[in-house]
Design a protein around this ligand. Sequence first.
Ligand SMILES: Nc1nc2c(c(=O)[nH]1)N[C@H]1C(S)=C(S)[C@@H](COP(=O)(O)O)O[C@H]1N2
Ligand SMILES: [Mo]
Length: 207
Amino acid sequence: MEPQFGLKRPDQVKEAPDQGERVPPGQFLSKRFPVLTYGSRPEVDISLWTFRVFGVVDQEITLSWKQFTELDWVTLTADFHCVTQWSALDQSWEGVRAATVLDLAGVRPQAKFVMAHCFGGYTTNLPLDMVLEEGFLAHRHNGAELGKDHGWPLRLIVPSRYAWKSAKWVNGLELMSEDSPGFWEQRGYNNNADPWKEERFWPELTR
Ligand SMILES: Nc1nc2c(c(=O)[nH]1)N[C@H]1C(S)=C(S)[C@@H](COP(=O)(O)O)O[C@H]1N2
Ligand SMILES: [Mo]
């Protein structure tokens, strides 16, 4: 599949007055929460499920689902912005802060970037500071378990970036000293992915 260059802009942006300032440029509000997956959905067997933290860490760890459920679970409410131009406000997520699992492994000072790995092979890269600050590993969404198409049993949520950074079926975080592009970042999507700056694609592709 080709990256989606040359997105069409909706002619009319519909939004409630008080929500307008929360919808980034070029986005429209969606009442639904569509499924966006490249390729087919991986089948995840929770009895075999593991989550790895590896790379530039003091001690690599592998958590079972049971171990994961025993971590500190919290709730996050955040807006969600997909690069295909839909935004959904006030999504609530239940799970564990990424910082909690990174602390278990012990991040070494040389670590500056994170690669999220997923069942099915999808990857996405992020700066470590961003992951520590807002990265969230969600199992529940708006009061129910994640749907299978939305990343069950666990997905990453990075609210301040376009949603391709919110990796579904996540099964590991790799700490890296150098940045390295993930699946869409290798295929023309912007490395920084800030929706408020409309960082959709690599600058060279939009000139
Ligand atoms: N593993 C994986 N995660 C993924 C994707 C994917 O194809 N595979 N698509 C990304 C994209 S482009 C978006 S917009 C969001 C969509 O999440 P949703 O399907 O729950 O709406 O998931 C992101 N995470
Ligand atoms: Mo997306």
